[in-house]
Design a protein around this ligand. Structure first.
Ligand SMILES: [Zn+2]
Length: 494
């Protein structure tokens, strides 16, 4: 009897100990510790914010071999010491929507506090080539999806680049072509593509059945579908509500997770209705996420299918709301038609500021940039999205708290991606075992400087950025000739 009682007590003790270990190990994998003398970098006295555990306190961090090895109140030392007194130490920001994927864009991203940039909406037709082109040449972690748009461009021999201009936009696919696209998506996922990208507004001839077939291919891998949906704006029958209905249906029918990109530049004043539909779909058990960028203006190619038809009526804007990126001028009917023939990037001031604010404050919404800069020209979102969120919307306008703001650009994107790419279980968090992707900033001074007229201006208030334990921004200045960025991909199966 007595022996039995002891055994039970022992069981309870070991059970509790195991539960505690499980609790503290939650989600951060590859844990290990090393002696203090081995530490490569130590970050002292920073206000460490970890959105997963809720930690918001002064701590010291020890880093070695690209990982966080210590998180402690004790004084520790290492080969390089960073004094973060008075500064916030955050997980490095993860940009789940970034088109510009070259050295120029990467510089602006790290200066905005970003440590991982992902091209998921458009993606690529060749996952292996995309990663190999960037191997050992990137300052920042990078990743890509396999993309329905580039696959259609390749298959139909379309002359377009970023967006299709001929058959890939305007010709219906045959049964054989749909089968080919399906297999190509599966091949891209076998090669570690992080989900499947869609730009349905750029491919108006892609039928609802074609899209459903692509979702079915994604579902075999439980791969998220990142979608720029088919219609924007208010006008029925081709409204944003109908377009969102299409992809929620495709997700429900196929079982593939759904991520709706840049919701405010699709929904405009109807964004709250879209967010309501997404929340309700989640309540019914669907895996749906959503993102927006923190600006009241869009950007895309003026010659693309997006500017076909009655965009003025659908979006509730006029020619004068368009701004030509090359010169900064506002357009007229005449210049619109002229530039549409010539081609190039145009900004549309089309999103009400109250909608930007209410969308940022929605707890379901991830913040991403949709950034793309070319020779210093482009929408400022590619340069300043993250500093703008934390400076303008957190500090100045108090739309959300600092901790909520950090969560939207670290933990939430990591959680969206960790099923398709388990490497994200070690990102977006500050804990022992996490990748040492870390952003150290002054929460009283962080702000974007990029404007529509002059986008190529680095954000302010970012003091240090570490990518895989390598300092890439030091005392607010970009470090040259370091390439610690890794290609982040899903499981490679063949
Ligand atoms: Zn888009």
């Amino acid at each position: 009897m007595r022996t039995h009682t002891l055994t039970q007590l022992q069981r309870i003790f070991f059970g509790l100990a195991l539960a505690f270990i499980t609790l503290i190990n939650n989600n951060c994998t590859n844990r290990s510790t090393s002696g203090e003398s081995d530490l490569d970098i130590v970050i002292l006295n920073g206000r460490v914010i970890d959105p997963e555990s809720g930690l918001d306190a002064v701590r010291n961090i020890g880093i070695s071999e690209g990982k966080i090895h210590k998180l402690t109140t004790k004084v520790i030392s290492g080969k390089t010491m960073i004094d973060a007194t008075g500064l916030v130490v955050s997980p490095g920001f993860i940009d789940i929507h970034q088109h510009g994927q070259d050295a120029e864009n990467y510089r602006y991203k790290v200066m905005d506090g970003v440590t991982t940039v992902l091209e998921l909406e458009m993606g690529t037709s060749d996952v292996d080539r995309w990663y190999s082109e960037r191997e050992s040449k990137a300052i920042i972690n990078h990743g890509v999806s396999v993309g329905h748009v580039p696959l259609r461009i390749d298959l139909m021999d379309d002359p377009g680049g970023f967006a299709p201009l001929a058959d890939a936009a305007y010709r219906e696919a045959t049964v054989e072509e749909i089968e080919h696209l399906k297999q190509a998506i599966e091949h891209g996922l076998d090669r570690g593509g992080i989900g499947v990208g869609f730009g349905l507004m750029y491919t108006p001839a892609a039928s609802h059945w074609e899209i459903l077939e692509m979702f079915r291919a994604a579902a075999k891998y439980n791969a998220p579908c990142y979608v720029h949906i088919r219609y924007a704006g208010l006008k029925e029958p081709n409204s944003c509500i109908a377009a969102l209905g299409e992809v929620i249906t495709a997700s429900a029918v196929s079982g593939a997770p759904l991520h709706v990109v840049h919701v405010t530049s699709i929904g405009f004043s109807q964004t709250p209705m879209m967010l309501q539909m997404i929340a309700e779909a989640k309540l019914r058990g669907l895996d749906v996420t959503v993102e927006c960028y923190p600006y009241p203006a869009t950007q895309t190619l003026i010659e693309s299918a997006i500017y076909d038809g009655d965009w003025r009526g659908s979006w509730g804007i006029d020619y004068s709301d368009l701004q030509w990126i090359e010169t900064g001028e506002r357009l007229t009917e005449r210049t619109f038609n002229e530039y549409r023939k010539r081609g190039g990037m145009v900004i549309a001031h089309s999103i009400p500021e109250e909608i930007v604010k209410s969308t940022i404050s929605n707890p379901d919404v991830i913040i991403a940039s949709d950034g793309m800069l070319s020779e210093g020209k482009g929408h400022p979102r590619g340069v300043g999205s993250f500093a703008r969120l934390l400076g303008k919307y957190v500090r100045e306008e108090k739309i959300i708290s600092l901790n909520e703001g950090i969560k939207k650009i670290t933990l939430m994107p990591a959680q969206r991606l960790e099923k398709i790419a388990p490497v994200f279980k070690n990102k977006g968090r500050i804990c022992v075992g996490a990748d040492a992707d870390i952003t150290i900033f002054d929460s009283e001074r962080i702000i974007d400087q990029a404007t529509y007229e002059e986008p190529a201006l680095y954000s302010r208030g970012i003091h240090y950025v570490l990518v895989n334990g390598v300092v890439v921004v030091k005392e607010g200045v970009l470090v040259e000739n370091v390439y610690p960025g890794k290609g982040v991909r899903g499981e490679v199966r063949e």
